[in-house]
Design a protein around this ligand. Structure first.
Ligand code: NAP
Length: 252
């Protein structure tokens, strides 16, 4: 059983909650971060009543001071962070993004926070010559579907692939997990629910996260069927009008 310390953001629901169960079962030590402290505490109590192997640090990852406090708390408890899983993420309801004045929040949470947390945990990893950054992107970061959300997730992928090269040979691995459409709070009210796409629970993504922890990979797309989606960007003459069909009503 591994006792590596994993800092997991967005642990309070969906993919992060499922990953918490999966990684705990595999023996990892965990730092659970999200804003909803009550949910994190319930999870931690259930998985580790002793409070020594699974700890909770309430954190808004969009807040620079809270990010620093999160990393500090993790280091104080475990001495080092072996793995950072940047999973916290948000989307914007269903309407046109330019009508929502709060649209930059998606970039702050999905992209900026992932980069900033990476910058905070990386120096000791590079010094030790050991560590792993796992970034949860999206198939919407492979196929452009929604302006701000896709920008954030294309950004997460670009950042991760570049970082992997920047850290090549350093002993620090970088992996991307790109989920397709899975059943979580984020997708509960989505119009995509009506398209009949396969929509498994978040456990498949949790298993993929556990899988890259055991064997780092450049990118894993789950469910596997969604690997075909990447073809859409290679064939824009077909995909542009197809994907655009869903948007005309939202423009008004
Ligand atoms: P979810 O159930 O809504 O979970 C999102 C998580 O992010 C929650 O734990 C939430 O916790 C946390 N979070 C949001 N804003 C935060 C903030 N400012 N600070 C700290 N934590 C924050 O959705 P999910 O589907 O599991 O999403 C997890 C990741 O998968 C996201 O990066 C998402 O983009 C990605 N993804 C999901 C799908 C899908 O179909 N579901 C597909 C592709 C990619 P609090 O609200 O407690 O802070």
């Amino acid at each position: 059983m591994s006792r590596s310390a994993v800092l997991l953001t967005g642990a309070s629901s969906g993919i992060g909650e499922a990953a918490t169960y999966e990684l705990s079962a595999r023996g990892y030590a965990l730092v659970l971060a999200a804003r909803r402290e009550d949910r994190l505490r319930r999870l931690a109590r259930e998985l580790d009543p002793s409070g020594s192997r699974v700890i909770v640090v309430p954190c808004d990852v969009a807040d620079p001071a809270a990010r620093e406090a999160l990393v500090r708390a993790a280091l104080e408890h475990f001495g080092q962070i072996d793995v950072l899983v940047n999973n916290a993420g948000v989307g914007l309801g269903g309407g046109a993004w330019w009508k929502d004045p709060d649209w930059p929040r998606v970039l702050h949470v999905n992209l900026e926070a992932a980069m900033a947390l990476t910058a905070l945990v990386l120096p000791p990893m590079v010094e030790r010559g050991q560590g792993h950054i796992v970034n949860v992107a999206s198939v919407a970061g492979q196929v452009a579907t929604e302006g701000v959300y896709s920008a954030s997730k294309f950004g997460v992928r670009g950042f991760s692939f570049a970082l992997r090269r920047e850290l090549w040979g350093s002993g620090v691995a970088v992996s991307v997990v790109s989920p397709g459409f899975v059943r979580t709070e984020m997708t509960a009210g989505s119009r995509l629910n009506k398209l009949g796409l396969p929509m498994p629970g978040p456990e498949v993504v949790a298993q993929a996260i556990a899988g890259v922890l055991a064997r780092p990979r450049r990118e894993v797309t789950v469910p596997r069927l969604y690997r075909l989606a990447a073809l859409a960007e290679a064939l824009p003459a077909l995909s542009d009008p197809l994907i655009a069909r869903g948007y005309s009503a939202r423009r008004r």
